[in-house]
Design a protein around this ligand. Sequence first.
Ligand code: GCV
Length: 674
Amino acid sequence: MRIVKYVFGLSVALMAMSTQSCTQARPENNNGHNLWLGDITAPVIATDTELLSEYDKELGDEGFRIKRNDKGVAVIYANTKAGIMYGTYHLKRLGECGKPNLDKEIVEVPAFKYRILNHWDNPNLTVERGYAGKSLWKWEELPGKIRPEYEEYARANASIGINGTVLNNVNADPCMLTREYLEKVKVLADIFRPYNLKVYLSLNFAAPKHLANLKTSDPLDKDVIKWWNDKVAEIYSIIPDFGGFLVKANSEGQSGPQDYGRTHADGANMIADAVKPYGGIVMWRAFVYAAESPDRAKQAVEEFKPLDGQFRDNVIIQIKNGPVDFQPREPFSPLFGQLENTNIMAEMQITQEYLGHSNHMVYLHPMWKECLDSDTYQKGEGSTVAAETLGKVHGNTATSAIAGVTNIGDDINWCGHQLAQANWYAFGRMAWNPDLSSEQIIDEWLKQTFTTNKKFVEPVAKMMLASREACVKYEMPMGLHHTFKGPDHYGPGPWDRSSRPDWEPAYYHKAAADGVGFDRTSKTGTDAVSQYHEPLKSLYDNVETCPENLILWFHHLPWDYKMKDGHTLWDELCYTYEEGIKEARGFIKTWESVERFVDQERYDQVHAKLIRQAKDAIWWRDATMLYFQQYSKMEIPSDCTPPQHTLDELRRFRLGISNYENPAIDRLPEYTLD
Ligand code: GCV
C-alpha cells in the first residue's frame, strides 16, 4: 500500500502533483478518478500527531486540535485515531487551498454526530436514480474479490468527514439480510473501519415473511420480534460495529407496520429495541403519502405529528428537505418544525434525480443550505432546520444526524459528471459544518480538484454558484413543481399520465383556463400553509407577501396576475425560463474561457454536458410553455428565444429509457444553440 506522508509545508508540492499552475503547459489528461484527493490510491498520514492521554471533552470522539508545540511545529491532537485522521485531512486541505495560518489554534468538531450517505443500490447492481454507471458494490464478486475502489471510496469519505454509509436501496431487497449477503457486507465493513466509516443497511419490513416464512411481519407479533432480535444478534456477531437500519415503510408499495394495523412508531420501536443493546440506530423515513390525499405535501406531518413522543430514543425520523420530493426548489418540510419529543434528521439528495441527472452541472450546496438555514419558528426565531436537526431546539443533541442520497456509481469519475463530484464533497463538508458557505466549499473543492489559479477558480466558482438558481429557472420557475416527465424525471412532461394521480404533473401545476399553481392557502386551498408556524404561515398564505420564487407552490393564480415587476404571470414565467436558458448558455462560455487550465479529457466531457444542459433548458421552456399556452392563450414574448419544436412534436418524444439510466446525450430531442 502506498502512503503519502503529509508534512505541512509540502502541501503546495503535493498540490502541484495533481494540478497545475498558470505558467505550465496544459495539464495531462485526467479521468477524474482521484476526485479532490490528488492521489486517491494512497492514504495520507500526518507526521506530527498526538493522541491525548486525557479525554478532551471539547473534541469528543471525532474532533481535533491543531496547534504549534514549543518547537513551533504544527501538531494534530485528538482523543481518537479518527480525530487524528480528520485533522490530517483538514491540514492537507488547508495546505492545498492556500497558506493556512497555523499560529492560531484550530479546533474542529463535527456538527452532526451521524453523517451518512444513502446508496439506493440494488443487489442486481442497478442504482435507483443513479446516473454514474452501475453500483460500486459488486455483490456477485464478494466476499472473495476485493476491488481497490472500496478502500478509495472510504478514503474519499474520510477526507470530508462522512462517517456512515447505508449500502443498499431503501426499496430494499430482503436478500440483503441473508447470511450470504451479510458475509459480503462484512468485507466492506472491514475495509471501511479504519476510515471511521460505519456500515448500515436498508431493511425490508416484510423480511420475516420473505426470509423465514413467518405468516406475518406484524411488529407486535412475538415470533416476528424474536426473528428480528435473532437477526440483529447475527448481524452484530458478524459486524460488531454495525451502525443500524434505514427504513422506508408504507411508502410507494413498500411493506410496513400499517399493513398490520400498527403505527410507524410500533414498527420503528420494534427494530430500535433489537439494535439498542448494540448501540445501533434506526433511521425511519417520513417519506409517506397516499394517492387519495388532496395534497401530498401535507402527509408527512399528518402521519408523524400524532406519533410525537412515541419513538424510542435510538429512532431518528429521516425527513426529505422539502414536503414533496427533492424538487429543485421546495419550501422546507414543515415536519422539521412540528415534532418536539422525537429525533429528526434531514435527507438531502446528492444524486440529481430532478436536476438533470449527471448531464447537468448543478452545484447543490446552496439548495441544501437554504433548507438548513430556514427558520421553522417552532420555538421562536432561530429554530432553524439546522438547529432542529442538530437537536438544539429540544435539547436532544445525542442523535443529531444528516443523510445524503449519493450520486456515486462505478463510473471512472465516480459521479457521472466531473463537476458533480463537488456535490459529494459539499455534502460531507456541510455535515461536518453546516455553517460553511457555498462559496467557501466550492473554492476548496475547485482548488483541490483542478488548480489554485484564480483565473480558473473565480469564474468557475461563480458559474457553479449560479447553477442551482439557473436550474430552478429553466425547470420550475416561481415554485411550479413536478412538471417532470415520468418515470425517469429527466426533461419536461407537463401532460404526462400515470397510474396514480399524485404521480401526474397536472396534480401539481393545475394549469387550466383560469390560471396555474397549487392552491395551498387556508381559505380556498388545502391549507398546507397552516403546517408552518407564524410568521411563515401568514407570509405564505397571503399572495402579496408570499415570496415570488415559491408563489405557484402556494397559490393558484390567473395567467394575467400582476407580478411585482409589472409583468403578467404568463410573461414572468416566459422571462424566468428565458433567464435560465441564457444562464445555461453562459456556462458554456465560462467553461470555454478557462480551457487552458483544464486537461483535455475533463474539459471535453464537461463541455459536451454543458451544451446538452443549455439545449435541455430550451426543451423545458418549449414543452412547458407551449403546453400551458393551450390554457393561457397568450403569446411567448418576441424577445424570448423562439421555440424550436411544436407541442405535438414534444409530446410524441419519449426517451424510451428505463428508470435507472442516465439518458444518452445523443438520444435527446434535437436542439440547436446559435
Ligand atoms: C427510492 C422518489 C423517487 C424514488 C425513490 C423515492 C424515495 O419517489 O422517484 O425512486 O425511491 O423517492 O425516496 O423513496
